[in-house]
Design a protein around this ligand. Sequence first.
Ligand code: SDX
Length: 435
Amino acid sequence: MDAKTAKTKNAKLTVGDNSWDFPIYDGTIGPSVIDISKLYAATGQFTYDPGFTSTGSCESKITYIDGDEGILLYRGYPIEQLAEHGDFLETCYLLLYGELPTPSQKAEFDYTVTRHTMVHEQMSRFLQGFRRDAHPMAILVGSVGALSAFYHDSTDISDPVQRMIASIRMIAKVPTLSAMAYKYSIGQPFVYPKNELDYSSNFLRMCFAVPCEEYKVNPVLARAMDRIFILHADHEQNASTSTVRLAGSSGANPFACIAAGCACLWGPAHGGANEAALKMLAEIGTPERIPEYVKRAKDKNDSFRLMGFGHRVYKNYDPRAKIMQKTCHEVLAELGIKDDPLLDVAMELERIALHDEYFIEKKLYPNIDFYSGITLKAMGFPTTMFTVLFALARTVGWIGQWKEMIEDPNQKIGRPRQLYTGATSRDYIPMSRRK
Ligand code: SDX
């Protein structure tokens, strides 16, 4: 990793009669950081930041988010421009290599990824070990981890060639595994990838084609799928990306690290929110019932939260949500879905929430998960597949952040400390003396 931009000034920490200076580094954009890596050695004390709300875990050049301005940049390019003008594999190239590909680089990257989309034939037997009603995320977590049992020739993380092969393999094979998880859950035969199709068309065909008839990909839906993948590709040091970085810091193989990221993403507070948001809209059912749920969301004694609202970083509109909303309307129009009751509830809920003082005060805006569920349901995916689609897209972000961490000469194993408030030292009590 290059040296950080010049150290501009120091931060002074004073505890009692002692004070210490810690260097402050400025990035190219965004908040500066106070380097406290020497704090424990100097003061004998730790910092304390559960949830890492004020902690920068690493230096990165990949993705920048400005939560107050609603800005998201992949390698400096605004998400709105990439989603409008590019395709998902171009975004993958950009995130991995740091620059937009030339026409020949793009053609070669597309060719390489396309020819890694098949999985080892024994993976189909691996999947058949799951119960038919297994959640597709359970299958994805298991099968991505299992890739390390099939592709030993790309698990040596010290070899840059193997790191790139593993990266390409995951970007190429996770859609195939995702489609297999879906097909298995509905009892239909697996569909092999077709090299003449683009990435998102190939994925839609693997999900929805059946052997009994030719499947024609709807180009509007393929474009929408591709744009949804672009929106979900990376997002700075979110929970699942931090999981991948921490797993990778121990030297675990890349397949195991991405499986760990999938597992973390599954949570309803994170990538599982799209499935939870759609279930919430269905439970609300009609616009008339919205006030009852808004009241519950505000009730401190009620654990209910409006799924698809709020974000740790975005304290303004999630820029992805705006594009997601536009894509949602395009898909519904293409499919001739005029009065989707879920969309009616979503639009009214958004209108109410954006004018409610509680949500304004807490800066709770719709996030990317708010409209994605309606769109994916209209495209034919069951709610259980929503987080799988998020994981499929985020695989490139996880891989890019993992590679950046591995290639950082200052990288070391991640090992946080704690504030201990448990029992002080005490002697063992023999069983005979316990009451
Ligand atoms: C993703 O990090 C990323 O970048 C993630 C992601 C990515 O691309 O990787 O963007 C993807 O995970 C999007 C978020 C999807 N999750 C949801 O939609 C679930 C619902 N949202 C909440 O669970 C919550 O908003 C979080 C988890 C997203 C963020 O939580 P924070 O930043 O820890 O905020 P918080 O829980 O401390 O909430 C602050 C206040 C609290 O009230 P007070 O305790 O201050 O009185 O806002 C309230 C919360 O009760 N609040 C909500 C709410 N979200 C926060 N109240 C009602 N409904 C909500 N959705």
